[in-house]
Design a protein around this ligand. Sequence first.
Ligand SMILES: Cc1cc2nc3c(=O)[nH]c(=O)nc-3n(C[C@H](O)[C@H](O)[C@H](O)COP(=O)(O)OP(=O)(O)OC[C@H]3O[C@@H](n4cnc5c(N)ncnc54)[C@H](O)[C@@H]3O)c2cc1C
Length: 448
Amino acid sequence: MDNTATSDNTATSDNTATSDNTATFVIVGGGLAGARAAEGIREEGFSGRVVLVAGEDEFPYIRPPLSKEYLGGTAERDSIFVHPAEWYSEQNVDVLRGRTASALSTETHEVTLDNGEVLHYDKLLLATGAGSRRFPGPGVDLPGVYHLRTVGESESLHEALKAGGKKVVIVGAGWIGLEVASAARQYGNEVTVLGRETVPLNVAVGDEVGSVFGELHRQNGVTLRMETGVKEIVGVASGVTGVLLDGDHDDSPSDTGPDAGEIVPADVVVVGIGAIPNVGLAKDAGLNVDNGIVVDASFRTSNPDVYAVGDVASVFHPVLGHHLRIEHWGNAEKAGVAAGRSMAGSDVEYDEIPYFYTDQFDLGMEYSGYGELAKDADVVFRGDRDKREFIAFWVADRRVVAGMNVNVWDVNETVQNLIRSRVSVDPAALADESNSLEALITTQPEPA
Ligand SMILES: Cc1cc2nc3c(=O)[nH]c(=O)nc-3n(C[C@H](O)[C@H](O)[C@H](O)COP(=O)(O)OP(=O)(O)OC[C@H]3O[C@@H](n4cnc5c(N)ncnc54)[C@H](O)[C@@H]3O)c2cc1C
């Protein structure tokens, strides 16, 4: 599928900052959002110094392939980088690889690095992303237990999985857990996924659509155990041997949950239980932090010279009328550019519809929409659910608030237009494939 996103955003320039070639912009965090911000800064014409404190030893790279094609061994390492290495020298962006920012003073406009070096900034962008939520119980440090955030972790996991024939237990039935299950299974491993919820992905997409993913995994030989918590990861000094479930002593036939003391044997355990935003620097510097670094729709924090973007930022969304922190590639990709342009003096009001995608076994999908509005919405299917070729629409008050195209391509832009249009739709007309989606949008939008 084509994952190319455009860098358009609502922006007009007043060029206040762009002409100052003596100013220094510092970006902390060399993920996708940081790299795209550097691009936005230069696109907007800022000619001063740009320093990107990368954090990791690598040039900025994208993470989605780490649980999909790179983990699965079908993508080359070169393909994961946001820009080729030369791009940074061509654009005069100093990338400090392997350096992290350890302190920030908004009073002196200084960032202190882990090697003691102090960087002065005129404007600063915090794009520090998020880190894996680690398994909170005993056994988390045993050899053979993996979390997945960095390219190094993906490479270690690839080594552990690639020969096949292992017992792989995945803790967490969210996006990363299911993607790893798919890769692990395709190497010929025996895979069990443990999830607390009733249906995989139900927090993200609800029961009906989550069930489609559940069925996909079962049909591909994954053992799914839902409503199953984990107490402990168990093993010996040389490595993990299993996962102790959070069971009970209920022997009644209606109790399908784990029994007390039940251990699922494992050679490899992968923990995919979410991510935590890296807000430490911002918090210590006294910036407003509340489930992420709080910024306005132009990515400005509570300090006028400090901006934040990507997984770490809780951004005011003008359509929703409140702040939203999004942990998705599409957000880092587009908002990163927009934040860079905002720093460089462009008048930005970021109002993109959240977007993400996944690839698991033979299922590829794209989702656009407002997850929180979708929670209480009705799901309307268009297409063939059994063949896993359909579009699911979440409809609230006859308006489409989210849409997911599964193995149906070149429609996501139309789905976004449908959401943006706020037209009143007839669910039956939406479900009927003989009606063009474009035609449904031509109806006049109702007042907000
Ligand atoms: C395995 C995996 C698969 C994913 N798959 C998908 C997918 O299929 N679809 C999708 O939409 N999204 C996916 N995502 C989410 C997506 O990758 C993130 O939303 C995106 O990476 C966010 O980019 P970011 O730049 O904000 O943060 P990050 O990518 O986390 O980058 C932040 C960088 O900042 C660095 N850093 C942190 N603190 C400091 C500091 N103090 N000093 C210097 N540097 C620092 C970190 O080391 C890191 O390199 C996936 C994520 C993972 C981990």
